[in-house]
Design a protein around this ligand. Structure first.
Ligand code: HEM
Ligand SMILES: *[C@@H]1O[C@H](CO)[C@@H](O)[C@H](O)[C@H]1NC(C)=O
Length: 326
């Protein structure tokens, strides 16, 4: 009696797993939902392939872990998690790679290609590029010491991309708090998701052009931090010079991002907006005090972000090469 809820959740899970298996044998194209065991029968080696390529890439260059995480974000916020960001421009096709937030900035395409080549060799035409990006993002976070989560699968790849959507749907680093909140809400993500997902900036680098105004002209910034950053990001020139988003531990996925914000050491204007006397200050302090809460909220929010408008069933395709449509 006391444990009847356990039995309920057991049956719920059993039914969900059954639906997953139905998708696997293609009896249920109408069941347009993602699920964790989508490749259990059709490509059980997909996980170990993604994991080994990501592990090697991050061992070679730690920043690549950050780049793979960002790739998933920039895929999902532009017409859903459909691999559209991976498509190359051609003479007759304009993709998303030259959009302002992506150009000279988004990285990791070669890693996705290397995974796709191995996955196609093991199970041709089965695993989507969008799913590969989602698993790679998770594995990259784990590699750098962050939390893990169950990646939902079954996304299919787009046959289109949108430069204009990439330019308008990704929030710019000059955004204020209300613009950040409405951008995330327009993608079905809450304020809590916004603050948790922004914790991604505990890893990776930004270019001077994206933080110049903050370190030269803003007042809600720690003076010694601003001076240190100015040394490699002058008022003019050096646009592509890099600085770590988290000055304390730039290659470890921890909660230092939030500690920096409390000391007015957020690198981007948008980062510091989360701790600037507004409604999200409390959440930032909560995550500095309780790293476990950050880990849990981040994992939950990644699953939500990964579920933005996927193509499922018979929509889209499984690309053979992530850079071009079949
Ligand atoms: C809240 C709104 C956000 C804004 C305004 C924003 C903006 C930026 C900017 C401007 C950069 C530096 C790019 C460059 O200078 O080339 C960056 C880097 C990065 N962003 Fe965000 N971002 C946001 C949210 C997110 C989210 C939700 C994620 C992941 C879930 C994420 C993950 C990353 C990572 C990992 C990097 C470093 C990438 C690398 O080193 O290659 N960001 N972001
Ligand atoms: C925030 O930015 C938006 C868009 O740039 C602008 O319309 C709005 O007035 C700004 N809000 C505040 C409170 O500054």
């Amino acid at each position: 009696m006391k444990y009847s809820f356990l039995r309920f959740s057991f049956y719920t899970m059993a039914i969900r797993s059954l639906l997953c298996l139905l998708i696997l044998v293609r009896l249920s194209a109408v069941y347009g939902q993602l699920c964790p065991r989508f490749y259990d029968i059709s490509c059980p080696s997909a996980f170990s392939i993604v994991n080994s390529v990501v592990t090697q890439a991050v061992a070679k260059e730690k920043r690549m872990g950050a780049s793979l995480l960002r790739l998933h974000f920039h895929d999902c916020f532009v017409n859903g998690c459909d691999g559209s960001i991976l498509l190359d421009d051609t003479s007759t096709f304009q993709g998303e790679k030259t959009a302002v937030p992506n150009k000279n900035s988004v990285r990791g395409f070669e890693v996705i290609d290397a995974i796709k080549t191995q996955v196609e060799a093991a199970c041709p035409g089965v695993v989507s590029c969008a799913d590969i990006v989602a698993i790679a993002a998770r594995d990259a976070v784990v590699q750098l010491g962050g939390p893990t989560w169950l990646v939902l699968l079954g996304r299919r790849d787009s046959t289109t991309a949108s430069l204009s959507a990439a330019n308008s749907n990704l929030p710019p680093p000059a955004s204020n708090l209300s613009a950040l909140i409405s951008s995330f809400q327009s993608h079905g993500l809450s304020i809590r998701d916004l603050v948790a997902l922004s914790g991604s900036h505990t890893i990776g680098q930004a270019r001077c052009t994206n933080f110049r105004n903050r370190i030269h002209s803003e007042s809600n910034i720690d003076l010694s931090f601003a001076r240190a950053r100015q040394a490699n990001c002058p008022s003019t020139g050096g646009d592509d010079n890099l600085a770590p988003l988290d000055l304390l531990t730039p290659t470890t996925f921890d909660n230092n991002y939030y500690k920096n914000l409390e000391r007015r050491r957020g690198l981007l204007h948008s980062d510091q907006q989360l701790f600037n006397g507004g409604s999200t200050d409390n959440l930032v302090s909560f995550y500095t005090t309780y790293p476990i809460a950050f880990s849990i909220d981040f994992a939950v929010a990644m699953v939500k972000m990964g579920s933005i408008e996927p193509l499922t069933g018979n929509n889209g395709e499984i690309r053979k090469n992530c850079r071009k449509i079949n």
